[in-house]
Write a protein that binds this ligand. Sequence first.
Ligand code: TRP
Ligand code: SF4
Length: 326
Amino acid sequence: MRKRVLSGMRPSGQLHLGHHLGVLVNWVKLQEEHDCFFFVADWHALTTEYERTQVIRESIDDMVLDWMAAGIDPEKATVFVQSKVPAHAELHLLLSMITPLPWLERNTTYKEQLRELTTRDLQTYGFLGYPVLMSSDILMYDATLVPVGIDQVPHLELTREIGRRFNSMYKPTFTIPDQFLTRTPKLNGLDNRKMSKSYGNAILLSDTAPEVWDKVRPMVTDPARIRRTDAGNPEICNVHEYHKIFSDEKTVAWSESGCRSAGIGCIDCKKAMHENMDKVLAPIRERRKALVENGVSVKEILADGSSRANSVATKKIQEVRDAVGI
Ligand code: TRP
Ligand code: SF4
């Protein structure tokens, strides 16, 4: 039997290279061998964007187009929208009844986000329940593999606890998922902070090659390299970090020794890096273009996927109701 995989992404704007390397590359691999469900977590986006829901609405189709451009194939994986499968909301409600408040309040990701996302009021019932909603996404499909980044691990841990609690309180109903932390290269933003569209330091999957170059060219390098003849230290240069992700060993060594001996200029170094980075981006760009030219209908794909997800979820939620006895 093929393992069931489930993962979601919040629709919060255009996707960037960080999403690609951190999530999509992995999803694309998984869809070859597993029964994958990939979904747009629009209700999760609502927990923080409830005051500007337009972003959510406008991002969905574009995001799914980016997924497909990166290689997600809706024939292989079920691609759907969370809010189009209302059973998630019912399961969220039922799980909320048995989730002890302290489990939610001590969640480290929750506490960190309350501290950091200061531009929104997150003192809400919905935001506290974010991991309960996530638990319902996961448990609904009896997923065993749930690929997530490190920030989501506390939520996955909670999902396992909630699932176990339900199974022992009522009757064995849910498969308890395994941890599945995805190991991915750490790609920071152009300015070496976390890559995020809101920081303006991201390379978008929809950027053209010249647009990417316009972002790479002004990247800050070793500040001590003022003149071309000044030797530099690649260890403190983000361009060199990018080389390590996108270039082959020979080019990484070239950048390193050329930098230290002032044998190459920063523009040469950036040009070579950009060329290699574009080897990742060009096929995505081309696939996206072909999809658009062939008149792909993301709406139809999502309608089809959501109906597939609904048939799994409708069955499961009936089992859950029976177990609870309501
Ligand atoms: N919370 C996840 C994130 O921000 C998205 C998500 C929602 C998810 N439901 C999920 C991921 C279920 C995995 C499984 O990245
Ligand atoms: Fe950075 Fe390359 Fe310039 Fe060295 S040569 S400072 S690694 S851009």
